[in-house]
Design a protein around this ligand. Sequence first.
Ligand SMILES: NC(=O)c1ccc[n+]([C@@H]2O[C@H](COP(=O)([O-])OP(=O)(O)OC[C@H]3O[C@@H](n4cnc5c(N)ncnc54)[C@H](O)[C@@H]3O)[C@@H](O)[C@H]2O)c1
Length: 314
Amino acid sequence: MEFHYSRMRLPLSMLARRWAQPVVQPMVQPMARRCIGIETAKRNSRQKRTAIVTGSSRGIGEAIARRLAAEGYAVTINDIAANKAGAVRLAAELNETYGDGTSTGIIADVTSALEVKSMIEESVKQLGPLTAMVANAGIASVGAALDLSDEDVAQTMNVNFTGVWNCYTHAARQMITQGPVSEGSTGYKILGASSIAAYKPFPLLAHYCASKGAVRSLTQVFAIEMAQHKINVNCYAPGIVGTSMWDRIDETLGKMQGRQKGETVQKFVTELTAMGRVSVPEDVAKVVGGFLCGPDSEFVTGQNIVVDGGIVFS
Ligand SMILES: NC(=O)c1ccc[n+]([C@@H]2O[C@H](COP(=O)([O-])OP(=O)(O)OC[C@H]3O[C@@H](n4cnc5c(N)ncnc54)[C@H](O)[C@@H]3O)[C@@H](O)[C@H]2O)c1
């Protein structure tokens, strides 16, 4: 395996020291099986489908990875080195729950095309041909457009758009090289994290909104170009999901606008969400892992599927 060292800067929230280490680093050794006998045999035959979920050590990505594993996918858990522990834990847990070979963890920064390409190669080597790519990794920072630094904007576009671009294009190349999926399989799926911010302008999140709009546009064009290869390309638009990302938004907006911790997220939910509750990662995972990565989405492509409890109405 080739070893590379990252040159990318981490988001502020992840400034925990990044180790100089191989970029593509398989993290999990097979663990003792819990599932044995017929169930394991059934599962292994279903594991011809594999997925990579980026940024899946926590939050929405973690929920998607869990759902995919429950659906019978073998899943690569990806994150940056700063979140290695969570990725190791999740991959180990999935192997323990569903049997060896269900999951592996690979550290790679999605802003690097080289790292994404190596991650896909490593995933194929460990779990088998790639069926689904979920380009979920994303970051958010808060600030008025005139106060944001060039670096803030570049970093947001780098992770949220270029990261998705790298995952879409390298996954598609891999799928095309593999040739048609085997009879009875779900079909190739490429998915990206957009947001309701692709539809609704949120003040103090101009760069974030722009990055999620870019994912939506890319998805539409890429879906048309990939249709000839029988690859479905869609993105998903969560609303206000209770994850680390929203914890940070809540704290920063709260400080700027004079609210206590937790009040901002509640204000947004009360004022904006028809269904009147904060979304949980599983709301998104049901749509992404259950529907968009499953057989029933065969004729759905180029869409941005909104999962927000009723904030924007497409
Ligand atoms: N939470 C929400 O309300 C919400 C709403 C709409 C869209 N989204 C989008 O959903 C996705 C997941 O969000 P979340 O709320 O779970 O966020 P999160 O911050 O909890 O998780 C994001 C994960 O992505 C990883 N990541 C960041 N940069 C990376 C990089 N360069 N390479 C690889 N991994 C990287 C992080 O380490 C983290 O584990 C993001 O794209 C986000 O923009 C979230």
